[in-house]
Design a protein around this ligand. Structure first.
Ligand code: GAL
Length: 812
């Protein structure tokens, strides 16, 4: 949070590169985005000041070196039994980590200056994520190392720097067999140099809580850790319009900490509908001289977990309508990008999602800022592994030396985010077995409590019987169950807490726009095309269909809600096709890897988005060759009943009912006989009146490309991205849902082509090359800004198709 704070300081400077100077007297932040040199392989001499890196690749950071591929099945081919998937016999697996070349050593180099340098300056270097095993060298000397690629960490480099031309070298190393998904590679999150005075507010040293709230007044408690003598702290609170609300001055210090209680009258509370944030500006003086200044955004909100009413936000019982997210951003890999994260959250908001779980590691600061701003609840996780091994070179190698430090940094860096409502110390850790694991669970939970007494801790538990026996589940603040719907009741009875969280649910699999026949439920079903059916009836041997979770939440008031696996597809873990090639990304997503909604999106939307109506028909209606064959039709809607018509002929009314879990939440016409034409659904309100209708049509041949950008303007900051959905229609403008045309992309003007993605988990086309096939009639092109303002055009063409062009604007 202090990191966020730093971004807002009045005297703040934001260097695009390291060569700029400034006159700042309190603190400066140099964000090292540009000027980087990068090279794979081992380069021990690269630590030295005069090392010649002119032939190294020039890159900007955040950077993911492995996303440029190529995909190669040999990279992560493993003979392995995935124990947590219930396997006992080893088989050959491919694509588990995305089949991308993330393994090995690589180096980054850069130089930077220190504004207003003098020997008394306190200088830190902060890494918000470095994948992995970073070793950091400044001016030829090693100044520190870390291990976990997801950790935030910083070093004090005051003693190693000079005024200008400091040489920074970072060595990274990724081991094979170190992850269960695509971990990415490189300096994939920001690197910052922070320059302060000797008298200063410590890194992540501000902790703001709101322990007492009424309509009339809120207590804002501000604890500030500082360094220096004879100090005075003035903290001023501003509302969201920048209007001063209240202020407090103190020079009473306990140890290295100031504590202030500041009243906010008639507080506006932060919640998911109105994510209102206040700002605290902390000014540190020595005598009358301003020495440091930090700005911290925060929300006034109350969270409570109650055995009667579950989770309460500001006194209102609230179920988690959540999704789990891995950290990759599909075609961008793991290089953090705020516009890609914002787009994801917009899509999820429309679906009715109110909560995110950062599975299974520390979230990016950018994602947390967006969740604060857009109104999402956040479950911030730390580890997928403790001391017992899941993957040979996983966190088990570092647990003893790093677990406490990693948790401390996670909490201190992020605890002021109002969105965070729970911590998770682990996911399906094998330490669920045995008494040592119970001790570890308690040890970690106690660290979270010590660092943040305001939020509870969970672990995503899959070994439910074991944790019932051992006491592991009983000591958790919040018992989280991953899957195991059949054990919820038992766990509720056996555990003392009085509620159960669906920390991970569903793991239903599907491929956007692909449907298989006959339409039937099945576990670990494989099809010849290596795609899973979008009738949404296929799941994993350890998991279930969405409705099994809906039923628990609707029937059992003690279920706190759920976090579905996953909101978006991610690179790696191509279950149920991890034994066949090519398949290199997941099928679990409610949205595909390109961010395009699958049918399941509408199933969740019909339940979770209570403001807008949903009426969605599946499958598509282009079934040449299926004439006369049974082709079931499903409708996902929040209406209770609807009538289906094929070419004007009624196929009857369906009403939601309790005859099966699916009938309770979907409308299904199982015996429709396919004929091309128009499929139309009319939904009825509770009085039986027609309330909404929707139709889909059989299309002719692909004729014309259609481009739909998610925005018409982007910021000229070299990072902002417009996501352009490309589809193809026939000559009558009807979408062609099965088109697979090979397309080409060309960007002109003040933007660049960044990547494309079609959501096909079996595609081996590289995202950064300006050509790709449509998958189920669609793909998404990412156009990125440069630092110049002006017009940008994207031209998309394909053989035999009318090309299409879209104009965008890049603005200040
Ligand atoms: C869970 C695990 C996730 C993912 C998922 C796939 O058991 O926590 O990381 O592997 O299964 O269904």
């Amino acid at each position: 949070m202090i990191y966020r704070s730093l971004l807002f300081i009045v005297l703040f400077i934001f260097f695009g590169c390291s060569k700029t100077d400034s006159n700042t007297t309190t603190r400066a932040i140099i964000t090292l985005k540009e000027g980087w040199k990068f090279q794979k392989g081992s380069h021990p001499n690269a630590i030295s000041i005069g090392y010649d890196d002119t032939n190294w690749e020039s890159v900007t950071v955040p950077h993911d070196w492995a996303i440029y591929g190529p995909f190669d099945k040999e990279i992560d081919k493993q003979d392995v039994a995935i124990v947590q998937n219930g396997e006992t016999v080893a088989t050959e697996k491919t694509g588990r980590t995305g089949a991308l070349p993330y393994i090995g050593e690589a180096w980054y180099r850069n130089t930077f200056d220190i504004p207003n340098y003098n020997e008394n300056k306190k200088v830190l270097i902060l890494f918000e994520g470095a994948m992995s095993e970073p070793e950091v060298f400044i001016n030829g000397k090693k100044i520190g190392e870390w291990k976990y690629g997801y950790a935030y960490f910083y070093f004090d480099i005051s003693k190693h720097i000079k005024a200008t031309n400091n040489t920074l070298a970072v060595k990274l190393n990724n081991n094979g067999l170190s992850s269960r998904w695509y971990p990415g590679a490189g300096l994939y999150r920001n690197v910052r140099v922070i320059v302060k005075n000797q008298e200063n507010i410590n890194q992540w040293g501000t902790f703001i809580t709101t322990p007492n709230i009424t309509d009339k007044i809120a207590q804002v408690n501000v604890k500030t850790n500082v360094t220096g003598d004879n100090l005075k702290l003035i903290t001023t609170i501003f509302d969201a319009n920048g209007k001063k609300v209240n202020s407090n001055e103190t020079s009473t210090r306990f140890g290295n900490q100031f504590e202030q209680n500041i009243a906010v009258n008639n507080p506006v509370l932060w919640d998911t509908e109105n994510p209102y944030q206040y700002t605290a500006v902390s000014k540190l003086y020595a005598g009358n001289i301003l020495k440091d200044e930090v700005t911290t955004k925060f929300g006034i909100r109350d969270i409570k977990y109650d055995r009667e009413s579950g989770f309460n936000l500001n006194g209102i019982p609230t179920k988690f309508k959540g999704v789990c997210l891995h950290h990759d951003l599909g075609p961008l890999g793991t290089a953090v990008n705020k516009s890609a994260l914002r787009r994801q959250l917009k899509i999820l908001k429309d679906m009715g999602v109110n909560a995110i779980r950062s599975s299974h590691n520390m979230p990016s600061f950018e994602q947390l800022e967006l969740c604060d701003e857009m109104g999402f609840l956040f479950l911030a996780e730390s580890f997928d592994e403790w001391k017992k091994t899941k993957v040979k070179n996983g966190y088990n190698l570092y647990f003893d030396d790093y677990a406490e430090k990693d948790v401390v940094n996670l909490v201190r860096a992020t605890r002021n985010h109002p969105s965070i409502i729970m911590w998770s110390s682990g996911n399906e850790v094998p330490d669920q077995w045995g008494s040592e694991g119970v001790k570890r669970a308690k040890w970690l939970q106690d660290i979270f409590h010590r660092e943040d007494p305001t939020r509870p801790v969970t672990v995503g538990m899959d070994q439910v019987k074991a944790v019932m026996e051992s006491g592991f589940g009983a000591i958790m603040d919040i018992p989280g169950l991953n899957y195991r719907v059949h054990l919820y009741e038992d766990a509720y009875k056996r555990f003392p807490q009085g509620f159960i969280l669906g920390s991970e649910t569903a793991s239903t699999v599907s491929s956007r726009g692909v449907y298989h026949f006959p339409v039937e439920k099945g576990s670990m079903v494989q099809h010849d095309d290596y795609q899973s059916s979008s009738y949404d009836l296929e799941y994993c041997s350890w998991s279930n269909l969405p409705e099994d979770d809906f039923i628990l939440q609707d029937n059992k008031p003690w279920v706190l809600g759920e976090f579905v696996w996953t909101g978006f597809d991610y690179l790696g873990e191509p279950t149920p096709y991890d034994e066949v090639w090519p398949s290199r990304s997941s099928y679990f997503g409610i949205n595909d890897l390109a961010g395009l909604p699958k049918d399941r999106y509408y199933l969740y939307r019909s339940r979770w988005n209570t403001k807008d109506k949903t009426l969605h028909i599946l499958p598509h209606w282009n079934w040449e060759g299926r004439e006369g064959k049974t082709t079931p039709v499903f409708v996902y809607t929040n209406y209770n009943s609807a009538e289906l018509f094929l070419n004007g002929k009624s196929l009857g009314v369906q009403t939601k009912n309790n005859s099966s879990p699916q009938h309770r939440y979907r409308l299904m016409w199982m015996d429709v006989t396919y004929e091309p034409g128009t499929l139309k659904v009319i939904a009825f309100d509770d009085q039986g009146n027609p309330a909404a209708e929707k139709e889909i049509k059989t299309s002719g041949k692909p004729h014309q490309l259609v481009l739909e950008p998610d925005t018409s303007t982007i910021k000229a900051n070299g990072e902002d991205i417009a996501f352009v959905t490309v589809s193809v229609v026939d000559k009558n403008g009807i979408p062609c849902p099965t088109a697979t045309n090979q397309l080409k992309f060309k960007v002109d003007g003040k933007g660049v082509y960044r990547a494309a993605c079609n959501g096909d988990a079996t595609s081996l086309e590289m995202f950064h090359l300006p050509t790709m096939k449509l998958f189920s009639g669609k793909l998404v092109v990412l156009v990125q800004s440069t630092k110049e303002t002006g017009n940008i055009s994207l031209m998309v063409s394909g053989d035999g198709l009318q090309p299409a062009k879209v104009e965008l604007k890049s603005v200040q």
